[in-house]
Write a protein that binds this ligand. Structure first.
Ligand SMILES: C[S@@+](CC[C@H](N)C(=O)[O-])C[C@H]1O[C@@H](n2cnc3c(N)ncnc32)[C@H](O)[C@@H]1O
Length: 248
């Protein structure tokens, strides 16, 4: 039985791959990659067996279910010494790495997690936004924009406590938050956050199409609509957004 490495590929810039991740790409017998791994794909040595399990969620995009990915990892570990599961950013931050690790443990497959640089922190840095600053924010909350889950009796309940988050008065970073922007902005306004709170939507970081849409809680939904914002994007909410003008 081989070993599965759950490897974080970082936010897309190949130079932000860790040395360990780079070594494992060279040693791997087979690599399962996600679609979000952008320029990093070029770091995979030619001739390696690569299985694309991209789950971009884009319309018409190829999707491999999580169950199928789990099954594949176990099957490949039975055949090969070194199986690399390469995931965007950090495997344990909204990357379902935890679920994959659980599945491997349940099936008796040895695994190791190789952390990666998360888009949650790297994308704001790319756009000149520090997430904490002694004068602007002393806390950081990272959320998923898809923060809903089934409650009892089939009703939906929020998995994110928006009013608690709003009260922290620190920086809020939302991943996967483009489609649900309007709803989430409304939640924060209802929770009492001022409409003047700065917001930045940071689209396609580390790519030539990188673009920042900057506004406030009061006008960001309209600005996002006007500019046809598309995923992937990181949404940053809080006073730290003001630093962008100074630092970029
Ligand atoms: C499924 S989550 C995976 C996060 C990943 N595990 C990490 O730590 O970066 C994907 C989300 O990450 C963000 N993201 C990833 N790459 C990005 C990029 N290059 N530019 C902007 N946002 C990005 C977007 O919010 C996207 O919806």
């Amino acid at each position: 039985m081989g070993k599965v490495y759950l490897v974080g590929a970082g936010p897309g810039d190949p130079e932000l791959l860790s040395l360990k991740a780079f070594r494992l790409l060279k040693e791997a017998d087979v690599i399962l990659v996600d679609e979000l791994v952008l320029g990093v794909r070029d770091m995979i040595p030619p001739g390696k067996r690569v299985i694309d399990v991209g789950k971009s969620g884009k319309e018409g995009g190829k999707r491999t279910s999580q169950a199928e990915i789990n099954r594949l990892m176990v099957e490949l570990a039975r055949k090969y010494e070194c199986v690399v599961r390469l995931k965007g950013g950090d495997p344990f931050i909204f990357g379902r790495g935890g679920e994959e690790a659980e599945f491997l443990r349940e099936h008796g497959v040895e695994f190791e997690v190789v952390p990666g640089i998360s888009a949650a922190t790297a994308v704001p840095a790319f756009f000149g936004i520090p997430l904490t600053h002694r004068e602007y924010a002393s806390s950081l909350t990272i959320l998923t924009g898809h923060g809903k889950e089934e409650g009892g009796a089939g009703e939906e309940r929020e998995s994110v406590n928006w009013s608690a988050v709003a009260k922290l008065r620190g920086t809020i970073v939302i991943l996967m938050g483009v489609g649900t922007l309007e709803r989430n902005v409304r939640r924060l306004l209802e929770a009492g956050m001022p409409a003047e709170t700065p917001v930045a939507i940071l689209e396609k970081g580390f790519t030539p199409e990188a673009r920042a849409i900057v506004g406030t809680l009061g006008d960001i939904v309209e600005k996002a609509r006007k500019n046809s914002v598309e995923p992937p994007a990181v949404v940053v909410i809080g006073d730290v957004v003001r630093l962008r003008e100074k630092l970029l």
